[in-house]
Design a protein around this ligand. Structure first.
Ligand SMILES: [Zn+2]
Length: 132
């Protein structure tokens, strides 16, 4: 998986790539998008998820994430941030594998539930299947 983003790689501080495997067998790939200021920026994981949702894919099988600082090789495993973890588990199964990559031969596998064990849900909704 190539960690790059929309031709803006020269301006990125972080280069992260995410590949989300839909239940339909399609692979939804995306990179992080950094904007001036941090608030409008978006991580690769949410970009891939929103890309899939916008194409009406609502069933997900696995996610892989890689990347790190834009100016050097990754020094650690790339894991989703807290916001991405919360958003992912609203739309993906709790037992979905999340592959966190440091290098192609160094991968750690978690489930969403392992990454965010005490996740928040909107009162009156379940983890999945009831998207407000
Ligand atoms: Zn994130």
């Amino acid at each position: 998986m190539e960690a790059s983003c929309c031709g803006m790689a020269e301006t990125l501080r972080e280069r992260v790539g995410a590949a989300l495997l839909g239940g339909d067998g399609r692979l939804y790939c995306a990179g992080n998008i950094e904007c001036w200021g941090q608030t409008p920026s978006i991580c690769a994981e949410r970009t891939a998820l929103f890309k899939a949702l916008s194409e009406l894919c609502t069933d997900f099988a696995a996610l892989a994430v890689c990347g790190g600082p834009a100016d050097r090789e990754p020094e650690d495993f790339c894991t989703p941030c807290g916001v991405c973890r919360q958003v992912l588990l609203q739309f993906c199964p709790l037992d979905m594998p999340v592959l966190c990559v440091k290098r192609p031969q160094e991968v750690r596998e978690y489930t969403l539930a392992q990454l965010l064990p005490d996740y928040w849900t909107r009162p009156g909704t379940s983890q999945q299947g009831e998207h407000p």
